[in-house]
Design a protein around this ligand. Structure first.
Ligand SMILES: Nc1ncnc2c1ncn2[C@@H]1O[C@H](COP(=O)(O)OP(=O)(O)OP(=O)(O)O)[C@@H](O)[C@H]1O
Ligand SMILES: [Mg+2]
Length: 365
């Protein structure tokens, strides 16, 4: 939720269910490699590294509060530095309840560690030590899109229009890889602005892809009938039936596009009742193109090409269509956003002096 060194609220509606399965764990007995379909097309078939709990405790200074960078539905995230290599990492300590068996956990980890794309945050390794389960990711210095878009403090410079298009394009490319290149395809399930992380050049990298499965118990086949996702981002048909397709992710992507346009959180109970749900509020405006400027984030102060805004809103509206079949494929969205990015000629934004206060600023390392 937040990238600063303070505990943050868990705003998720993900169901944490089931009791942990006490599957006896013996590394020698686990035929994990055989159970994982290797993606032969990937030039970079690196498996996740196994860490001991002690190594990760050392990396995070015993999970000290000052190293806490956020907390989500799966557990807490700490900044750490690996003693062996000096690499700075994000360590996600998974909650101990509701977890699947060790074997399923390892199969999932190996599967995820085979996914490599410039717009995915790299899963470096994991720890399975007693009942402790942790994931180690590359650390993203500018934290999440949510931190730059939805929690903008008076001292922060808001994201400019070109950066918003660039971030949307990067996130769409990451999602397109998961849907259309990964084998088997990965449905994200929990696509949202806090899962879009940013590097020092404001390149988008998706985190937590495929993580929803780690919360399921036992039977890894039977994961599509239970709703896992964050309130407001879930596609209506997924919420009603639990049936999951790539088009549910496209809906969630549309919600993020709408957040990028408006600078508003999808659900905000402090807004007036008809504005509390961003999508419901925006739907009538989608039907009247002359009203599109009403959607624009006031922090942009009108600094965007009107044509570009219109195109962006049109893409968002298509992604948010009630009927999944009418929604575009994410690769179509990549094509649309690529042409917008080319015409606006968005230069990479540098971190400069206007960045958020990151954990470095707070003197952790
Ligand atoms: N690899 C990372 N590098 C830097 N910061 C990260 C990293 N992963 C997570 N964070 C920070 O930690 C916060 C919490 O992340 P976390 O994934 O636990 O929760 P969430 O994204 O809000 O919800 P969910 O559990 O559904 O993913 C993020 O918003 C982000 O600011
Ligand atoms: Mg997350």
């Amino acid at each position: 939720m937040s990238c600063f060194l303070s505990p943050s609220m868990n705003n998720k509606s993900r169901e944490d269910e089931g009791s942990s399965m006490a599957v006896p764990y013996d590394r020698r007995q686990i035929a994990t490699r055989e159970a994982v379909t290797m993606n032969k097309e990937s030039p970079n078939n690196i498996e996740a590294e196994s860490f001991t709990f002690r190594e990760l405790a050392t990396a995070t200074n015993s999970f000290r509060q000052e190293f806490l960078i956020g907390e989500g539905g799966f557990g807490r995230v700490y900044k750490g530095k690996l003693e062996k290599t000096g690499q700075v990492v994000a360590v996600k300590q998974l909650d101990r309840n509701g977890l699947q068996g060790n074997r399923e956990f390892l199969v999932e980890i190996f599967r995820l560690s085979l996914l490599h794309h410039p717009n995915l945050a790299n899963l470096i390794g994991y720890c399975l030590d007693g009942d402790q389960r942790l994931l180690v990711y590359e650390f993203m210095p500018l934290c999440s899109l949510e931190d730059h878009l939805l929690d903008v403090g008076a001292e922060q410079q808001p994201l400019d229009w070109n950066s918003r298009i660039r971030i949307a394009l990067g996130a769409a490319k990451g999602l397109a890889y998961l849907h259309e290149k990964a084998n088997p395809p990965v449905i994200y399930r929990d696509f949202k602005s806090s899962n879009i992380l940013l590097n020092e050049d404001f390149d988008a990298k998706l985190s937590d892809f495929g993580l929803a499965k780690l919360g399921s118990v036992g039977d890894t086949q039977n994961v599509s009938s239970r709703v896992i996702g964050s309130y407001g981002y879930c596609a209506p048909e997924y919420q009603k039936t639990g049936q999951l397709t790539v088009k549910s992710d496209v809906y969630s992507f549309g919600v993020v596009l709408l957040e990028l346009i408006t600078g508003k959180r999808v659900i905000d109970t402090t807004r007036t009742s008809h504005e509390q749900n961003l999508v419901t509020w925006a739907q009538p405006i989608f039907r009247e193109p002359n009203r599109f400027p009403e959607l624009a984030d006031p922090l942009l102060q009108g600094e965007f090409p009107e044509k570009s805004l219109n195109q962006f809103v049109a893409v968002a509206a298509m992604c948010l269509h009630e009927e999944p079949i009418v929604r575009p494929l994410i690769s179509d969205v990549v094509t649309a956003l690529s042409s917008m990015s080319a015409t606006t000629g968005s230069p990479p934004r540098t971190t400069g002096s206007n960045v958020l206060k990151t954990v470095e600023d707070q003197g952790v390392f």
